[in-house]
Design a protein around this ligand. Structure first.
Ligand code: A2P
Length: 321
């Protein structure tokens, strides 16, 4: 397994198990299977609504001696309804309790979007709080305090644009270690990759396989399919590997962490093996040509219903882009 260094000096495994969309009743077995197969990195979040089951599986693996806590890398996230500084530590403690852990390796702000406390998913205008009213830097300071207390080893963000990262880096006492964003050959984000390299922030790629199991409501009518892409297929055939392995090896080659989700034992193992596969210059050139700037998870679910958030404000893009 490859590791990447964070700006804190910690080493994060290059490939982890994603748990978004992993159904209750399946996610625990997936975590156990993954750890047995050799995964040492699990990516979690309270909004996935499966942390108690993940925690039970982790506890069983740890108690059985299948792995030691210091060899595991566990990431979780702060949900949008707990950005108020006084709510950050209680939300983290709930996640720690659900995961049956006494610290996280990495704690991330899940979205630069704020809901009113207690709201799981905002549906009404009054259930949103604009960032101007609940600034990211105040939430970030509360994450820094959690790190000072030893509750988390590293802190970072998800879904941050370059503009938001820049603003955070300018104001923060502790620099973010990670930005977790959607990354795959249809959304290569090369500017972001260059910015993060320059600022010593590691990128984690979510939806590296295109997240085909998203609920219908989160899908657009006509979406390109990543796993069926002929160029991906051609690169896979050249190496005798699968399209999924090609996509994951592409991410690792770019020195980004990849967190494929699977609850299928065979695919869990297939994905892990991808971290040790090598793509060559021709492969990377062929795959580089696939960039469409296409987001499978575009955040539009935060932008309706009279929300103060828009796609432009979320991603800091020009109108119409
Ligand atoms: P499953 O859980 O049944 O294996 P992402 O990580 O981009 O969110 O993608 C997750 C989706 O990709 C799930 O539908 C998952 O299904 C599927 N998947 C995971 N690994 C593979 C693989 N090696 N080959 C094909 N599909 C996969």
């Amino acid at each position: 397994m490859h590791f990447f260094s964070l700006n804190t000096g910690d080493q994060i495994p290059a490939l982890g198990l994603g748990t978004w969309k992993s159904a209750p009743g399946l996610v625990g077995a997936a975590v156990t299977e993954a750890i047995t197969a050799g995964y040492r990195h699990i990516d979690c979040a309270p909004i996935y609504q499966n942390e108690p089951e993940v925690g039970k599986a982790l506890a069983e693996c740890l108690n059985a001696g299948a792995v030691s806590r210091q060899d595991l890398w566990i990431t979780s996230k702060l949900w949008n309804n707990a950005h108020a500084p006084e709510q950050v530590e209680p939300a983290l403690r709930q996640t720690l309790s659900d995961l049956q852990l006494d610290y996280l390796d990495l704690f991330l702000i899940h979205w630069p979007v704020v809901f009113t406390p207690g709201v799981l998913f905002a549906q009404q205008p009054e259930e949103y709080i604009p960032l101007a009213q609940q600034p990211i830097i105040d939430t970030w300071k509360a994450l820094e305090a959690c790190k000072d207390k030893g509750l988390v080893r590293n802190i970072g963000v998800c879904n941050f644009s370059i503009a938001k990262l820049r603003a955070l880096c300018d104001q923060a006492t502790m620099q973010p270690a990670v930005n977790q964003i959607e990354l795959h050959p249809y959304l290569q984000q090369n500017e972001m990759l260059a910015f993060c390299r320059e600022h010593n922030i590691l990128l984690t790629a979510y939806s590296p396989l295109g997240s085909g199991d998203r609920p219908k409501a989160l899908k657009k009518k006509e979406e390109p399919n990543l796993l069926d892409n002929p160029v991906v297929g051609k690169v896979a055939a050249r190496h005798g590997i699968t399209p999924a392995q090609t996509l994951l090896a592409w991410g690792v080659h770019r020195k980004t962490v990849v967190i494929p989700k699977s609850t299928n034992p065979k695919r869990i193992r297939e994905n892990l093996a991808a971290a040790d596969l090598h793509l060559d210059h021709q492969d990377m050139t062929d795959l580089a040509a696939l960039d469409l700037g296409f987001r499978f998870v575009d955040g539009s679910f935060f932008c309706g219903n009279g929300s103060p958030y828009s796609l432009q404000s979320l991603w800091d893009t020009e109108p119409g882009r």
